[in-house]
Design a protein around this ligand. Sequence first.
Ligand SMILES: C[S@@+](CC[C@H](N)C(=O)[O-])C[C@H]1O[C@@H](n2cnc3c(N)ncnc32)[C@H](O)[C@@H]1O
Length: 279
Amino acid sequence: MSGISFDRAAHFYDATRGYTPGSAERIRDGIIEQSGATTETRFLELGVGTGRIALPFIQAGYDFTGVDISQAMMDQLQSKLTALPHKTMYRYELHQTDIVNLPFLDNMFDVIIVVHVLHLVDNWQQAVDEARRVLTPQGQLVIGRDSPEGEEQDDGKTPTPVLVRRKWTEIHEDLEITRPRKRFNWHQNEAFIEYLRTTGAIARDVNIATYERPAISAREMAQRITTRMYSSDWNTPDELHTEATQHLTHWLDNDTSFNPDEAVTITGQFKAMIVHWPV
Ligand SMILES: C[S@@+](CC[C@H](N)C(=O)[O-])C[C@H]1O[C@@H](n2cnc3c(N)ncnc32)[C@H](O)[C@@H]1O
């Protein structure tokens, strides 16, 4: 197995990463527009998880295949689908599999979507090669990401839960704790760009759609982080995690100028690097 199974996160994943109603649909429409997809397009999502991105595609009747190493994550998606009306009209398949070794023939999909997965996969080069193999020659790989307001750059209006995440990163840097599974932006990753170049790929970075997350306070965000609800913290040894937690709690209780208990909505841009290989 080459990645990190999210079995342990299946029951809280949506509560911690979900969007407000309408956001996922805007993201779907943005991906369709940017990729020029039609009702004939065959979609594949790598690391489909609980269907945060997939669900609106499936509901709209698109031909959608999802794969994940975590059956528990896909079971969450399956139960959402089972609860919906019109499900006999849906065209979808879910497969438990590793994205570095896809059980599909060559040239099977027109658009492949991957969101917040590649950083979990040691051999991401192999995952990219597999994506390319199963894409049609004109196919496109959409590497999407949530970009919360204030995360990539601070304009002074950063929502307090995002400030908490930033502080958590700073604390780890100060304590020299490495978090190899921390998410990063592929379009800024030199090794990734260089790898794509060697494969002859062309890539563009685009804004897909705005999204919103349900309101949350800084203290609630700190609680999520310190109870290891995000995979970036799953590998940190207990004693270092405890030390970092003490620093974060102290900062939140003593050093901030904001109300840590005020719930605020986080808005963001769903962005994507869209890759294709000219024939
Ligand atoms: C952060 S979640 C993202 C889920 C979904 N793409 C989303 O944006 O909500 C990462 C998902 O990738 C899956 N995953 C990690 N490594 C994988 C691999 N090598 N092959 C297939 N799935 C993998 C995990 O089980 C998890 O469901």
